[in-house]
Design a protein around this ligand. Structure first.
Ligand SMILES: Nc1ncnc2c1ncn2[C@@H]1O[C@H](COP(=O)(O)OP(=O)(O)OP(=O)(O)O)[C@@H](O)[C@H]1O
Ligand SMILES: [Mg+2]
Length: 306
């Protein structure tokens, strides 16, 4: 009975001859936080600009609330909130005026919640926007977005300028949105943030989605690092399916370090149990490991531009 808030199918976008997006396909379900990650220049912001109706797609389809993102953008915009990575503010307006202006654009009112957010994010709303640091500009856009009643929140690297304390507050409010049944698309380079908050993740590379799934599903695709000591010799483990880089300990007998395809961990563990485990340390892959795997794999077609 999952309801789809955002549906993207084979989305393409080229700028002249340059193909920025060649095949973007993923869905965001109602009530979930979806993490959108990928290296610089992969196409995250371009995808989001297409979703917002700022750019027109060159091919494929994208709908939000079952409405076409280009032809029905106006109706969609009544139900979404958006925070870009590089927040542009009008220099002569104060932060407070800017927040009210952003709210007005979204047909929203300044409420007690807005005041609470200003306090929580420790923004001085009386200062002119031109005096704000990058972090403060981001706070302005975040405060406006979090005090907007929307169904779908789109954040494009919203926390790159925030200090760790503010990052915490951001995460708290995203989780509160989720608790209230809202849906969130979050593009981020802060993998711990994605790991902590996102129900599902999409990895984009060079204009293509290379993987989508829950973190657990993605972990299945990679290897768990194991260091184990047993009472009986364990050399035979090196021959088991899914075991890689078996390295016996140089000083102690019956101790080794190796990697196991996550899908094979169960089988390897039961084999190890037969050798009588003395100590065992297992490290599951982090999102960072996963990201690096895709980042480094399949070098062809990469444009490592500055
Ligand atoms: N208006 C444009 N004209 C030409 N090329 C563009 C335009 N906008 C983006 N691009 C190119 O499209 C590619 C994708 O850019 P995009 O900004 O979507 O990446 P990103 O994933 O958001 O990266 P980052 O993590 O650095 O924000 C890049 O190679 C970029 O140079
Ligand atoms: Mg970007």
């Amino acid at each position: 009975m999952t309801q789809t808030v955002l549906s993207i199918q084979h989305l393409q976008k080229h700028f002249g001859k340059f193909q920025a997006l060649s095949d973007i396909t993923f869905d965001v379900n109602a009530g979930e936080v979806f993490g959108f990650i990928g290296p610089n220049g992969a196409g995250k912001s371009t995808t989001i600009r297409v979703l917002l109706g700022i750019l027109k797609a060159s091919g494929g389809q994208a709908t939000i609330f079952n409405q076409d993102v280009w032809s029905q953008a106006v109706s969609i915009h009544n139900r979404i909130a958006y925070v870009p990575g590089d927040v542009y503010l009008w220099p002569n307006l104060t932060g407070g005026e800017m927040i009210d202006f952003l709210l007005k654009l979204n047909h929203q009112k300044h409420t007690a919640k807005t005041d609470a957010l200003i306090k929580e994010f420790e923004l001085d709303p009386k200062k002119k926007s031109r005096t704000y640091s990058k972090g403060n500009r981001q706070k302005v856009a975040l405060i406006a977005a979090f005090s907007t009643e929307a169904d779908f929140y789109i954040f494009d690297e919203p926390t790159s300028g925030l200090d760790p304390l503010m990052e915490e507050i951001f995460q708290k409010h995203v989780l509160a949105l989720k608790e209230n049944g809202k849906s969130v698309l979050l593009s981020s380079h802060i993998l711990s943030e994605v790991e902590r908050m996102c129900d599902r993740i999409g990895i984009i590379k060079a204009g293509k989605i290379v993987e989508t799934g829950t973190l657990d599903e993605m972990r299945q695709l990679t290897r768990t690092q194991i260091t184990v000591a047993t009472q009986q010799p364990l050399d035979a483990v090196a021959q088991l399916a899914g075991v890689h880089g078996f390295t016996p300990d140089a000083t102690t007998a019956n101790k080794a370090t190796f990697a196991v395809d996550t899908a094979q961990v169960g089988a390897v563990m039961s084999q190890l149990a037969d050798y009588q485990i003395v100590t065992l340390q297992s490290t599951p892959p982090t999102l960072e490991d996963l990201f690096m795997r895709y980042y480094n794999a399949e070098g062809e077609g990469d444009s490592h531009e500055a």
